[in-house]
Every structure is written in C-alpha cells, then in structure tokens.
Design a protein around this ligand. Structure first.
Ligand code: 5AD
Ligand code: SF4
Length: 459
C-alpha cells in the first residue's frame, strides 16, 4: 500500500481526472494523502496549454529530486497533458522521474505503482504509458459519484478530446479526437451525484457543443434527458456546461437552456481575438462579425444570459490595430468575465511550426494588462448597476476572508458574499435570496432577504 499525494495543474477536466485517479487508487487499497510530507508517492497531474504550466511542473519535480534520490522507496510521477506530450523524453532526461501516464492511461496508476514495486528497489525501472487506451484498459469515462460526496458541486465529463485544429492549441495532440459518452450513462451519473448530495453539476467537455455529433445526438438532447432523469426530487438545483465553441453553439441549445429552468444561463464562449485577420490565422473558423452574431443570438433568446470569454494576446502577427479590435470587443460585449493569456508557442502546433512568435514579451504583457483593466472596468460598471438587485445564490460555504460571512454563486456565475445563516453548515447547498449592497469587479456583497432573514429580523 502506498501513500499517494496528487497535485493538479490546469483545467477542470484535469481536476476531475485527479479525482478519478484518487478514486482508482483508493479502490486498489492505496491511501490518498493531503499532506505531501507524509506521502511516499507524489504524482503531478500536468497541463501543457502554455509553456508556463509545464515550467511549474518541472520546477516542482526539481524540488523533489533530492528526496527522490535519497529515498529508493519514494516514487515520483506525472500524468495528464504534459506527460502525454513529452513523457517519454522526460523519463529519459530526469533521473528522479519514475513514471509518466498519458491523458487516456492514468487509470492504470495502481498497476504502474505495483509494477515499479516489483522492480529492483535500489534502482526501479521506469514506466511510461501513452496514447489511446486499449480495449483492455479501464475506461477513462467511468466516473465515481463517491468522489464527490462531501461537496455540493459535481463534475461530469461528457466528452473528451477535440476535433478542431486551432493553430495555437496543444489539446488535440494531447487529448486526441472527440469522444462523446452515451447520454444515458451521463444522465444516470448526474442523478447519482445529486442523490449523493451534489446540488450543482457541471458538464465538462473541451468543445461541449459538439457533444454527440458523431452519434446523431446533441447537447440539447442531453440536457433534456438529464433534466428528466435527475428531476428536482433528487435535490439537483443547477446544471452548467463548459466550454462552448462559437461555431457549434446553436439557437436550439440556447432555447433549451431558456426552457429548462435548472440549466444556468451562463455560457463560456471564448472569442480568442476580436480581429478577423487573427481569427483566420488562429484557424478558429469564424469571423469577428460571426462572433458578434452569436452574442446577439444568445441575448436575443436569453437577454440576461451571462457570457464569459477567453483571449490570447500577442498571437504571431498581431498588430496594434488587431489588438485594438480585441479591446473594442471587450469594451462592448459585456462579458461577465474574460480570461486573458499571452500567446505561448506549443511544440508541434501549426502556429509554432509556421509562424514566428514575433510580438515581444513586453508588448504581450502590456496588452494582457490593458485588456484586464478593460474587463475590470466593465465588471465595475456592471457591479455598480447591480446594487439593489436581487439574485438567487447557491450557498457554498463560509467565506475564506471572513468567517462571519458566506459565499455562493448566482446563476450567472458571479461570486456573492452574504451574511452567515444561523443554522451553520446545514445552509450549504441551499438556494438563498440576496440583495446586492455593494460590488467590487469580481464580487457582489449582499444581504440575505430569504425567509430565515425575515424571521430573524422579527425577533
Ligand atoms: N498560448 C496561450 N494561450 C492559449 N490557450 C490555448 N492555447 C494557448 C497558447 N498556445 C488559451 C485559450 C484557451 C484557454 C484554455 O487557454 O484562450 O481558451
Ligand atoms: Fe486542460 Fe488543455 Fe491544460 Fe490539458 S492542456 S490540462 S486539456 S487546459
């Protein structure tokens, strides 16, 4: 039996994969420990989306090198996207790295640990497993509601991989092509999660609007099936899904979100750039006008929908005029949030192979900071306009900044801080009515106006 500590980098899909890995380890009799100093095995679940994410893993591995080399029983491994992209090389180059498991192989973690333990204990052999999982391997889609008992939030992967080929993106290389899970299996899992205590479930997919496209079904049909299978009697109050591609998001989907009360009217639909010229170089498959049309379509069906976006600044060839087009999009689109990244060439991707990374880092930084400031002022304006408005918040837990306050999120995914309930923990997972008293760009400060608050004030 090993004491394994898992560290996760990257996106929500990676966080879910770490939970699946932890569950698989526990099933095999290993102990998953929170404290790294108590572990005899450390596994990094890695991200490759930008160079920075890889560098952080390399420095964490270097930190653990002395411990690994001093202790022949200690095991150090990586899983996830960086393992898939470069695991073979890393195993060769790093004497302190014992194993690397790719994005479709990580459920074989217990098998690999066992294999290493059977080796020579002074210098155990190394293990690397990459590429698609064979028929004999455990299915990575399999999920375990048990992993989510404590929290009120559940995450379910509905599809993996991506069939697009955006020129900057490593995901198709490291996660393979799109594979959708059967709708019935997903719906049953959401139901099981809700019955086990999840109040909000987020469906995950790298390109979730393409769900079911190879199987003649759709995300709309999936949402309807989940709505029927996990009815309100299960305690499920909210359903979310990420991430939407502007090309694949349809009016039918937005209408389904409108019609199903429990599906949050929140879309994460990355634009990446506001310049048609750059969008073409990125091979995004839409123009700026087409993106604007999608925004208008969503707001036509759901006027209050919240929409979040991602942007890459400093893509090869991005001129000041291109950047200003992106800036203008952020100024006018009323995004709930924008996640902004500096372009990072990824080995083997079309943009890295064929385009020079010609925007100097200092300029990327300037554009990054400038765009952040624009989104911040959009948020500040919106926040000021929301004072006095009421929202329904899903109570998540005690605020990390102030133990007398609680936090939760609105349907639009805005963070709210509000006064603590008298009944303590039992409040978690409840829908609470609040009224906004003040706002900062990222947080709404509210007072409760629900039944309990009224009863309290009568006392
Ligand atoms: N460089 C910088 N940002 C990137 N992203 C994806 N690939 C790169 C890259 N090579 C960003 C995109 C994507 C988010 C998850 O990461 O904005 O939506
Ligand atoms: Fe997630 Fe993409 Fe990073 Fe992989 S490379 S962890 S899919 S963000």
């Amino acid at each position: 039996m090993r004491k394994v500590h898992l560290v996760t980098f990257g996106c929500q899909m990676n966080k879910l994969d770490s939970e699946l890995a932890a569950e698989t380890l526990a099933d095999a009799g290993h102990l998953v420990v929170d404290d790294e100093s108590l572990a005899d095995t450390v596994v990094f679940n890695t991200c490759s989306v930008r160079d920075h994410a890889e560098q952080r893993v390399l420095s964490r591995l270097a930190q653990l090198k002395p411990r690994r080399l001093a202790d022949p029983d200690f095991r150090l491994g990586i899983m996830g996207c960086f393992a898939e992209r470069d695991g073979e090389d890393l195993l060769r180059k790093l004497p302190h790295l014992d194993f690397a498991l790719g994005t479709r192989q990580f459920l074989r973690l217990p098998e690999v640990l066992e294999r290493l333990d059977l080796g020579d204990s002074v210098k155990p052999e190394k293990a690397g497993l990459f590429g698609p999982a064979g028929a004999e391997s455990p299915g990575i889609h399999q999920s375990h509601p048990r992993a989510r008992h404590q929290g009120i939030q559940g995450f379910v992967s509905v599809m993996r991989g991506c069939d697009n080929r955006c020129s900057y993106c490593i995901v198709p290389d490291v996660r393979g092509g799109e594979v959708s899970r059967p709708a019935g299996e997903i719906a049953a899992e959401v139901r099981a999660l809700a019955l086990a205590g999840a109040r909000e479930v987020t469906l995950l997919g790298q390109n979730i609007d393409a769900y079911g496209k190879h199987d003649n079904t759709s995300l709309s049909a999936l949402l309807r099936l989940i709505d029927e299978t996990a009815g309100p009697e299960t305690g499920l109050v909210r359903l979310r899904f990420v991430t939407s591609h502007p090309c694949d998001i349809s009016r039918e989907l937005v209408e389904t979100v409108r019609d199903l009360g429990r599906v949050a009217a929140h879309f994460h639909m990355p634009a990446q750039s506001g310049s048609t010229r750059i969008l073409a170089a990125m091979r995004r498959g839409y123009t700026r006008e087409e993106y604007d049309d999608k925004l208008a379509m969503i707001r036509d069906v759901l006027p209050d929908a919240s929409i979040a976006s991602d942007f890459i600044v400093g893509f090869p060839g991005e001129s000041e005029a291109d950047y200003l087009a992106t800036r203008e999009l952020v100024e006018t689109a009323r995004f709930t949030n924008s996640y902004i990244f500096k372009y990072s060439p990824r080995p083997g991707t079309p943009s890295a192979l064929t385009m020079e990374d010609d925007v100097p880092d200092i300029e990327k930084k300037r554009r990054n900071n400038d765009l952040l400031a624009v989104q911040n002022s959009v948020n500040a304006n919106r926040g000021a306009g929301l004072v006095g408005r009421r929202f329904t918040v899903l109570a998540e837990g005690v605020s990390s900044r102030d133990a007398r306050r609680w936090t939760g999120r609105t349907e639009e995914n805005m963070i709210c801080v509000f006064d603590a309930p008298p009944e303590g923990e039992a409040f978690q997972g409840r829908l609470v009515e609040v009224e906004v008293e003040s706002a900062t760009p990222l947080t709404l400060f509210c007072r409760r106006v629900d039944g309990n608050a009224r009863e309290q004030s009568k006392d």
